[in-house]
Design a protein around this ligand. Structure first.
Ligand code: ATP
Ligand code: MG
Length: 361
């Protein structure tokens, strides 16, 4: 399968980066440097070009260099069906960002997002293994929204109906008819979400288990499965909503529905949150990302770039080596940051970059 690649990266006034014109390698780009030098900022620029979001959730204000009013990042992206150029200017002070796709304003944000989707791992993703179910549902929603804009629309419909229902549940004199008037839409949108997530998990679970197993070695029983609160059918959700109305009124929120579903990550049949070691948690999350990459590649017919921020800390030497061996087998362009480039055992197709005080050499 052919790969999507960043062929050129350009940045001006982006965070602490000095003016940057970079021609990344087609395979492995190892970005090294001490703490606080700008490695993640570089990765953030690539991620923003692909997704129009900062993976650190930073507002535009933060992205612009402290002594400037606006920042520009741009890239040339190669890969089928055609090469493209992406250019974004973000402003300080609330002015809307400007997008140029092949030097023209894109028809929609969705058009842009389809050009070069990326898969990212960053240390905050450990929340997927260490945190509650919210982060895991959000991951499924993000993957599905990326692959299918109609999923994003259904998710928005569902969220809106749920919030309205919850608001009515908390009123002093709750109006049961008004509350239950939202049930059909919660049930129908909810069934679509639940079914799509279940199907996605059926795809990513075996990949995640295989990849995590390969990195960890040995026979550690791992399981990844979707655990719906209510079976994802319109009838079942509707019935559950009716059944729990009294409880919902007492608690002031809607208990039943896919907003309460769980993506279970288990080690030895127990939740990874409490039962897995830190290295095992990191491995599971990395494996989830590899699975995301594979599923996405299959859907779009091209391998998206993989961005790995500070990926190798907490993994011991052997597990790091197994992970890199796995990366070497996979296709596609990879960017990874590290404070210890000597630990990154990738040989073929490797380009090393060093970042010091925002300068990339
Ligand atoms: P680590 O190894 O600790 O993760 P890093 O190389 O990934 O380090 P970055 O997060 O890329 O570090 O860069 C952080 C540096 O960028 C900090 O010194 C921070 O002060 C600086 N920085 C962040 N935002 C801006 C900005 N808008 N303008 C100027 N400098 C900024
Ligand atoms: Mg960093």
């Amino acid at each position: 399968m052919e790969a999507l690649r960043f062929e050129q990266l350009f940045a001006r006034q982006w965070r602490n980066l000095a003016p940057l014109d970079l021609a990344p390698g087609a395979r492995f780009n190892v970005i090294s440097g001490d703490n606080g030098q700008g490695k993640s900022n570089l990765l953030e620029a690539l991620c923003y070009l692909g997704s129009l979001q900062s993976f650190r959730g930073a507002p535009a204000e933060e992205l612009v260099s402290r002594d400037a009013d606006s920042a520009v990042i741009a890239a040339k992206v190669s890969g089928p069906p055609a090469p493209h150029t992406l250019k974004v200017r973000v402003h300080r002070g609330g002015k809307a960002r400007e997008l140029a796709l092949d030097d023209k304003r894109p028809r929609s944000v969705a058009t842009w997002l389809g050009v070069c989707p990326v898969v990212l791992f960053h240390p905050g993703d450990l929340e997927l293994a260490q945190g509650g179910p919210d982060a895991r549902r959000a991951l499924l929603d993000a993957i599905l929204s990326e692959m299918d804009p109609s999923y994003a629309a259904t998710l928005a419909t569902y969220g809106k109906a749920l919030r309205s229902r919850n608001r009515l549940l908390r009123e002093e004199m709750p109006d049961r008819r008004a509350i239950t008037s939202f049930d059909p839409i919660v049930a129908s949108a909810g069934a679509v979400l639940g079914r799509a997530r279940e199907e996605l998990v059926r795809e990513i679970a075996p990949v995640t288990v295989r990849v995590a197993g390969e990195i960890l070695g040995g026979e550690i029983p791992l399981e990844v499965r979707y655990v719906p609160r209510v079976p994802p059918s319109e009838e079942a959700i509707l019935e559950a909503l009716v059944r729990s109305l009294d409880k919902d009124l007492a608690r002031g929120f809607t208990a039943e529905g896919p907003h309460a579903d769980e993506l279970a990550l288990e080690v030895h049949a127990r939740g990874a949150k409490h039962h897995a070691s830190q290295g095992q948690q990191r491995t599971l999350v990395l494996a989830l990302k590899v699975a995301e990459l594979e599923v996405l590649a299959k859907r779009i017919g091209r391998v998206p770039p993989l961005l790995l921020d500070d990926v190798s800390s907490e993994l011991d030497r052997t597990r790091n080596e197994r992970f890199f061996a796995l990366l070497a087998e996979m296709g596609g362009q990879v960017f990874l940051t590290t404070t210890h480039p000597e630990l990154i055992r990738l040989a073929e197709g490797r380009v090393d970059w060093h970042v010091e005080a925002g300068r990339v050499t």
